[in-house]
Design a protein around this ligand. Structure first.
Ligand code: FES
Ligand SMILES: [Fe+2]
Length: 349
């Protein structure tokens, strides 16, 4: 997002990304990287989050090494102080100055929503639209949040989060697999915010997670959604008794490093604490297995210098996600012609 060598993967800068959880940003400034750019986050005088380029205008020391003084950010070297809009408002020891030259560092729009601190990835802009708003599953739902960092590009992380065929192999026994495959249909549609795949005719999964969530089985409703530029959402209903939604809000830290804030919401007949007790270790095992395979995949992408893929129809969303991200990189985010993106695919799960 700053000096741009040709990027191997799309970098969508006109967008909001999660920089950290609200609880991580307290009295001390913190350093974060977004699309390869170092940022410092701190809370302004009113407690609202602010984000600046993490480089002091004076001698380039990272501002994240400094401290917060009355809601301003003080550099840890000579103590220049910055307001939340990036202006330097104090130079200690400087006795008067004619003309007050403007000294500043680039600032990034920042706001707090759904207990996350969101940062807009283009410097010195004032976006008119806010970040993605987390959906809720209504009364009685329980939420669990987890953060995972993967050594993988954003596109690969998103594809993985929405990829069905790997679940029976990489997560064998935990998610799918262990019974005769069944032929189902997937309907892909372009939505206002991205893409949606609807799985039709799916049997209840046999894995441990499904047994915990829906003891008596029932019809499965399953949607996988990609929401531009960095959100993967899986929604499952198992019969009438279990509703389950995993929203993976991804932050591209660098081309090959992505942080994933997973918000897992569910509603079941069982008490929330009990489901959490069983679900936590299973979910963490699934995330770990994905992180290991994504790192290995990224190693191969680097070694062979790019993407050399063979795909089939059941690689349902990956290539379309990559294409939408490339369009979004140039500012093209409209829904396009629905026919161009819509497909129906048969697969066995
Ligand atoms: S380097 Fe920051 S005040 Fe000198
Ligand atoms: Fe997975």
């Amino acid at each position: 997002m700053t000096d741009s060598a040709p990027a191997p993967f799309a970098r969508v800068t006109r967008a909001w990304y999660v920089a950290c959880a609200s609880s991580e940003l307290e009295d001390l400034p913190i350093a974060r990287t977004l699309l390869g750019t170092p940022l410092v986050l701190f809370r302004g005088p009113d407690g609202k989050p602010a984000a600046l380029l993490d480089r002091c205008a004076h001698r380039n020391v990272p501002l994240s090494l400094g401290r917060r003084v009355d809601g301003r950010l003080e550099c840890g070297y000579h103590g220049w102080q910055y307001a939340e809009d990036g202006r330097c408002v104090k130079v200690p020891g400087l006795c008067g100055e004619a003309g007050k030259p403007a000294r500043a560092v680039p600032r990034f729009a920042a706001m707090e929503q759904d207990a996350f601190v969101w940062v807009y990835a283009s410097p010195d802009s004032d976006p008119t639209e806010g970040p993605f708003a987390l959906p809720t599953l209504g009364d009685g739902s329980v939420e669990v949040r987890r953060v995972v960092e993967v050594e993988s590009p954003l596109t690969m992380t998103l594809e993985n989060a929405l990829d069905v065929p790997h679940t029976a192999v990489l997560h064998r026994g935990l998610f799918r697999g262990g019974r005769e495959p069944r032929r189902i249909k997937v309907r892909v549609t372009r939505t206002a915010g991205g893409l949606q795949a609807e799985y039709l005719g799916e049997a209840r999964p046999e894995g441990l997670a499904a047994k915990i969530l829906s003891p008596s089985g029932g019809v499965v409703t399953h949607f996988d959604r990609f929401i531009l530029p960095s959100i993967a959402q899986v929604e499952y209903r198992l019969g009438m008794e279990a509703h389950f939604m995993v929203t993976s809000i991804c932050t591209p830290l660098e081309d090959f490093r992505t942080r994933l804030h997973a918000v897992i919401s569910f509603r079941t007949r069982l008490p929330g604490w009990l489901v959490k007790l069983f679900l936590n270790p299973v979910a963490m095992r699934i995330f770990r297995q994905d992180a290991v395979i994504l790192k290995a995949q990224a190693g191969a992408l680097r070694r062979w210098g790019g993407e050399h893929y063979s795909s089939t129809a059941i690689d349902v969303l990956g290539l379309q996600i990559a294409r939408l991200l490339r369009l979004a990189e140039t500012g093209e985010t409209g829904p396009g012609s629905p026919e161009e993106w819509a497909r129906e695919i048969d697969l066995e799960v």
